[in-house]
Design a protein around this ligand. Sequence first.
Ligand SMILES: Cc1cc2nc3c(=O)[nH]c(=O)nc-3n(C[C@H](O)[C@H](O)[C@H](O)COP(=O)(O)O)c2cc1C
Length: 209
Amino acid sequence: MDTVKQLKWRYATKKFDAQKKLSKEKLEVLKQAFNLTATSYGLQTIKMVVLENKAVREPLVEHAFNQKQVLDASHLLIICIQNNILDEDVVKYYDNIKGIRNTAETILKPYREGLIQMMEKMSVDERQRWSTNQAYIALGNLMTVCAMESIDSCPMEGFVPAKFDDILKLTDKGLKSVLLLPVGYRAEDDMFSEFKKVRKPIEEAVVEI
Ligand SMILES: Cc1cc2nc3c(=O)[nH]c(=O)nc-3n(C[C@H](O)[C@H](O)[C@H](O)COP(=O)(O)O)c2cc1C
């Protein structure tokens, strides 16, 4: 697989083929890619909502500045953050390490207490911003995996999160939407697929010291 070739193949898809669906296997790869995304401390205070139902997606379009990708893509991935990070999230995380790696409590205790203290020093806003940083890492990871799997995608900040949260009842799940990633297959007549990539010369983008 030619990595650069696939990265050049990828573009922010403006028009999806509404008839083409991702296979279960492809969707599974994207779920795995999301879950395998690195997060700060490994705490995973983000979640990915997978939305396929078009009737549920229809009313979302107007709250995404009428960007039709939200409806036409095979699936709409919504990257969310937790509304808050509680002590119990940190405790659960270290319990998971204990269960999976059989790590001794004496080793884990100082790390767990240190992380709880760090979170307690942050305001809810700061915790949300911290989680949002993780959401962007997941977005980048998913976009690259999509490119490698020849899946089209469009990263999107252009929507009204409060409306999405309300319509999809994400608040009831303790979540806030922060990013969208419609995924599927480009429409044959999406003219953007023919456009040349606009990037700075590599010597300008990359600083070698
Ligand atoms: C965080 C982020 C948010 C974006 N939001 C939107 C959006 O709401 N709608 C859209 O059509 N494109 C959106 N884009 C796509 C960018 O405009 C696009 O990636 C950029 O112009 C480079 O083009 P390329 O991805 O086709 O190479 C977004 C990209 C990123 C990374």
